[in-house]
Design a protein around this ligand. Structure first.
Ligand code: SIN
Ligand code: CO
Length: 377
């Protein structure tokens, strides 16, 4: 593996071995070329949209205040000069250069990459001392923010606050981040950022579902797939004259045996993960083309110009099984490696696609899952 400048010149392997889930890493000048300036106005505009998750957090007279978007534009005209933060989730879905920035972190498997959130804060803006349940890279873009961090084990949050703020925070290390500096924090590492000069934090977040969430979703997945014949039967039923309300052991044993027919293996779990991990978040909608091409014209154009995934789309695979946006893709064995290439690079150069691949590409194009064209040289 090659060293990455965004990791301060260490290799992804070294980073994963030494820091990932283990200890913080401050990288000065990690990413300075962040593309077009996003700025407050851009974020505020995104925060007015229905399909964008946003929050406004204020700390005023000792009280935390949380408002959730979508906001009316007028809300942003009556903000004080200091002490607030606006946070917009999944900005990568809405701005191509932010999407491009997120995929620079592709040294982490896509199954673990979540989103790029942007916060903007004037001086004094903070979301308070807290910890997150997942790893995060905090990239400073413009301005200055002071970060205090702590490996403390005291995880008690203030009661009755609308956001999770630690009751007792004891800073162990302090850094002032300037444009391009980035701080990596492992899960549950306490941190407290306060803006010193107006600026943004780009948070590259990772996906770490709780066991409860995985179990619940797996049961939902299984529910749609179990298919059994047979029915409860008790030809040897005995009367229970003294306790007719009791559930008998024989009944329990029989049902226990029936439920043991629900089985799964490695492949089932792989198939579940393919569906679950590519399932779009509830607020995500794909934009179908307004005036779609006819299949023949689509085939001609895609063969020349190639195809690129929409920023909101995800293709993951396990061997020959490919999953896109919560569905399994019907893929011919001969096309598997090309589809895998598409999943990995998120784009494909124009080429002579097979008829079946062109058909599936056309279906996805109609759904807005991907678009014609790519920037492959
Ligand atoms: C921020 O952007 O200020 C907060 C991000 C975080 O702490 O996770
Ligand atoms: Co945090």
């Amino acid at each position: 593996m090659t060293p990455l400048s965004l990791l301060g010149g260490i290799t992804p392997e070294h980073f994963l071995q030494e820091y990932w889930h283990k200890k913080p890493l401050l990288i000065r000048g990690a990413i300075k070329d962040v593309g077009p300036h996003v700025g407050f106005d851009w974020l505020a505009e995104l925060a007015t949209q229905d399909d964008v998750e946003s929050r406004l957090i204020e700390f005023n007279k000792g009280q935390w205040k949380l408002e959730r978007g979508p906001f009316r534009p007028s809300r942003f005209k009556r903000l004080p000069a200091s002490d607030w933060t606006i946070l917009v989730q999944n900005v990568n879905h809405h701005l191509p250069h932010i999407d491009e920035l997120l995929w620079r972190f592709n040294f982490i498997p896509y199954a673990r990459l979540d989103d790029l959130m942007i916060s903007y804060a004037p001086p004094g803006g903070t979301v308070g001392p807290h910890f997150d349940s997942y790893d995060v890279f905090l990239l400073q873009v413009g301005g200055q923010k002071r970060w205090q961090i702590s490996a403390q084990k005291d995880e008690a949050f203030i009661e009755d606050a609308p956001i999770k703020v630690l009751q007792h925070f004891e800073a162990e290390q302090e850094f002032v981040l300037e444009h391009g500096d980035m701080l990596y924090l492992p899960p549950r590492y306490a941190h407290y950022g306060v803006a010193l000069e107006p600026g943004m934090t780009y948070s590259i977040g990772f996906r770490a579902p709780s066991v409860q969430e995985l179990a619940t979703q797996f049961l939902v997945y299984l529910q749609d797939r179990v298919c059994f014949d047979g029915r409860y039967a008790d030809p040897d039923l005995r009367s229970q004259p003294s306790d007719p309300a009791a559930i008998g052991d024989a009944m329990i044993t029989q049902v226990e045996g029936m439920l043991q027919r629900i089985q799964w293996d490695h492949a089932t779990v792989g198939d579940f993960l393919g569906h679950y991990l590519t399932e779009p978040k509830p607020h995500v909608f794909y934009d179908a083309p307004d005036d779609p091409l006819e299949p023949d014209e689509f085939a001609r154009q895609v063969a020349t110009a190639g195809v690129m995934l929409d920023a909101k789309s995800q293709i993951l695979y396990r061997g020959e099984m490919l999953y896109c946006n919560g569905e399994r893709l019907e893929v011919d064995a001969a096309d598997v490696s090309l589809w895998q290439q598409f999943a990995n690079a998120r784009k494909l150069a124009g080429q002579a696609f097979s008829d079946t691949m062109t058909e599936v590409l056309y279906e996805g194009y109609l759904s807005g899952y991907w678009h014609i064209g790519n920037s492959v040289a």
